[in-house]
Design a protein around this ligand. Structure first.
Ligand code: PLP
Length: 428
């Protein structure tokens, strides 16, 4: 529901201008550019103030940003207001995509022409898997811990087009170990390497710049599934040097649900065919046989889209910039460090997340000897009101804790005491 303040702001703001100006309403264009929601900059001076920006319930502690990162108040305001603007004007709002591309590209260390908005990371991963020109028996390598959103697009290519999927077990101990494991699998049929920038089950951070360097040297396409990195750690794609990168907006960036960004390096853009095309994909065409793609990654944004989530995602980016992206990453990492040293004291508890300083950030996963993670997750979430994620992938039998901007050290005390009492119960 729209609150009165937002409604009054709309009456005096751009929405009113649209409804009172019949010529503007009849024009080709979009409604006035969306507000960013940060016109009055929020107080981000400390973590308690930042927590106040999120309507996220205080009746339980939220440790599941790796699953979904709920939006802040400013993001919700923009989402509502942009939706209303579109309803009032009868325009799509598509014009604001241009500005949002710039904001997203700056945020990811890329050029505006190299990014487009998707609905989630899965869609970005799928565009790459379906769009590259792969032949039967061509090989794709990715890690065994890949999320279904990263692995299924390739499994489909394997089933439908005869490519071959090869997987490696991630090495939790050293970045060089992962380079060895990946490149020892490479042969003359290897066309693509993909890794999760940071893996979903146990939060392993890969040396993506090292992998990119070696993949480029060998002429192998390198795609990063960045669902767990953008918003958790600063990401600079040009510095990394990958060919493509896909992320979700609705995890660590705290954008609206059903948002994502896909990056394809300018010089490799032509190698990814459009699996879907429509309005906005082509710069020129003449039926029946002439067409030219738009010269940007935005050829993969086809047809009518909802501009409101894109405006919301842009606001989420601006909010992160305001808080400070290094600061967010440091906050998450230091809470993981404290979690590690606290949980380590618990007898029979095993931490699965690497402790190599360059191989983790804001996720920590652990398991408890003699206990099934389904039961622990049910108890933590149901009885102790600590929303965590059960990790069943690859038989890991673990619990995943995500530390983000709305978490604090107080949450750690609650977690540690809940884990101790679950263990005590199980032993009595
Ligand atoms: C590494 C990774 N890739 C892809 C996904 C899928 O994300 P989405 O649902 O936004 O497509 C996830 C979700 O947890 C993930 O962790």
């Amino acid at each position: 529901m729209m609150n009165r303040k937002t409604f009054l702001k709309l009456l005096t703001g751009s929405a009113a201008a649209i409804s009172l100006n019949p010529l503007a309403a009849r024009g080709q264009g979009d409604p006035a550019p969306a507000r960013t929601g940060l016109a009055e900059p929020p107080d981000t001076s400390n973590w308690a103030r930042i927590r106040d920006l999120f309507p996220l319930t205080r009746e339980r502690v939220y440790f599941n940003t790796g699953g979904l990162g709920p939006p802040s108040g400013p993001v919700l305001d923009v989402l509502r207001e942009q939706t209303l603007d579109q309803a009032i004007s009868g325009e799509t709002g598509h014009g604001l995509f241009h500005r949002a591309h710039r904001t997203a590209a700056d945020y990811l260390g890329a050029e505006e022409e190299e990014v487009c908005f998707t609905r989630n990371a899965t869609e970005g991963n799928s565009i790459i898997a379906a769009g590259l020109d792969l032949r039967p028996d061509d090989e794709v390598i990715f890690e065994s811990h890949a999320h279904p959103g990263g692995s299924f697009p390739w499994l489909v290519q394997q089933k439908e087009n005869g490519i071959k999927v090869r997987i490696f077990e991630p090495d939790p101990n050293s970045p060089e170990g992962n380079l060895d494991r990946i490149f020892s699998m490479v042969n003359e049929r290897t066309r693509v390497i993909q890794v999760s920038h940071l893996t979903a089950p146990t939060g392993i951070l890969f040396d993506v710049a090292g992998i990119a360097r070696e993949a480029r040297r060998r002429g192998i396409w390198f795609h990063i599934d960045g669902a767990q990195s953008a918003g958790m750690i600063p990401v600079d794609l040009h510095r990394i040097g990958c060919d493509s990168y896909a992320t979700s907006g609705h995890k660590w960036m705290n954008g609206p649900q059903e948002t994502g960004i896909l990056y394809i390096a300018r010089e490799r853009m032509a190698e990814v065919a459009c699996s879907h095309a429509g309005a906005y994909s082509l710069s020129d065409y003449k039926l029946p046989d002439r067409m030219t793609y738009v010269p940007t990654t935005q050829r993969h944004e086809y047809g009518t889209r909802d501009a409101a989530p894109v405006a919301g995602l842009e606001t989420a980016i601006l909010l992160q910039n305001r808080i400070g992206r290094e600061r967010i990453a440091r906050h998450g990492k230091s809470l993981v460090d404290r979690t590690r040293s606290t949980l380590r004291e618990i007898d029979g508890l095993e931490i699965l997340t690497p402790d190599h300083p360059e191989m983790y950030n804001s996720i920590i996963s652990f398991r408890l000897e003699g206990l099934v993670s389904d039961d622990i997750a049910r108890m933590l979430t149901g009885d102790y009101h600590l929303r965590c994620r059960n990790v069943t992938e690859r038989g890991l039998n673990a619990i995943r804790i995500s530390w983000h901007v709305y978490n604090s050290e107080d949450d750690l005390e609650l977690l540690a005491s809940a884990v101790r009492s679950i263990q005590k119960q199980s032993r009595s």
